[in-house]
Design a protein around this ligand. Sequence first.
Ligand SMILES: C[S@@+](CC[C@H](N)C(=O)[O-])C[C@H]1O[C@@H](n2cnc3c(N)ncnc32)[C@H](O)[C@@H]1O
Length: 332
Amino acid sequence: MDPRSEVLLRQADLFTGPLLLAGLPADDLLSQLPGAHGWSWHAGDSAQLNARFSGRCHFGTAPASGIQIHAAVLFLPKSRELTDYLLTTLAAELIGKSLFLVGEKRAGVERAAKQLAAFGQPRKLDSARHCQLWQVRVDHCPARPDLHSLAQHYELELPDGALNVLTLPGVFSHGRLDVGSALLLEHLDDLPGGHILDFGCGAGVLGASLKRRYPESDITLLDVDAFALESSRLTLEANGLKADVIGGDGIDAAPHNLTAILTNPPFHQGVHTHYQATEHLLRQAHSHLTTKGELRLVANSFLKYPPLIEQHLGPCETLAERDGFRIYRARK
Ligand SMILES: C[S@@+](CC[C@H](N)C(=O)[O-])C[C@H]1O[C@@H](n2cnc3c(N)ncnc32)[C@H](O)[C@@H]1O
């Protein structure tokens, strides 16, 4: 059980009625709280929860419509701007009712609890397992925020024209281009066209550039995060481009018979650093690529990806190196 869920269960009498658990971990909490529904923006957690608790977890950038709730708990996400959007969205449904916030101390729950003051008088209910639980009774009813109005916009000058990029709160490299992605954008030549995947698409900057560069190819953009997927849709739309945008956890969710996989892959998540999704991608890329299909990625130079790529796909070439990043290419 996630320590944040354990802290909630120490106060289980507060959570007996219809309850919304927003950003909940994929653990056993729904079995302990039969009146609760989940709302998750993580495709993997949501799929795991629905496999165990059929229909009790909604995936998306807003809660499911039509669910009556008497209270909600937000599991603190990493981004302050995303926390702001989520708290306001929840509070707008909870006038006169309770909104709870739970999170790890090292993730900044004490600081985030100050954001609750916009709705009423926050109070700390518990502190245990390196986590805190806060509550506010919603006295000030905010308007439900318009997610799209929170998008940040930047424009990239690319050789084939300007590209508009829209990023929503919580999405990787919100409001600016990442240094690694910038390097990869300079090395999009000579990809085998056909069906190309942008793995971990974030705001869609790579996928949208691919569609412009290879208009005859099918482009699929895949991400685990609902806010990233929505950003990618906005970016494609802002540039008049069409591509498939799909939610899924890891390469297993990707189509087969791809002619290329292009990626600035994930290397951390939340407060814990891990590389599983990327290592799994490097191990499994071959089963998603056609013969001579290509994997091209950007990574921090210190990450030891080439041996893994050579073991599972083929000889790994370094196409470029700058600012501590490298572009690797391998063909099946
Ligand atoms: C380093 S960012 C790159 C984003 C974007 N391609 C860019 O260049 O700006 C990695 C992305 O991978 C996504 N991601 C993390 N874990 C994932 C997983 N298991 N499956 C799919 N996408 C994942 C993250 O949400 C994030 O958007």
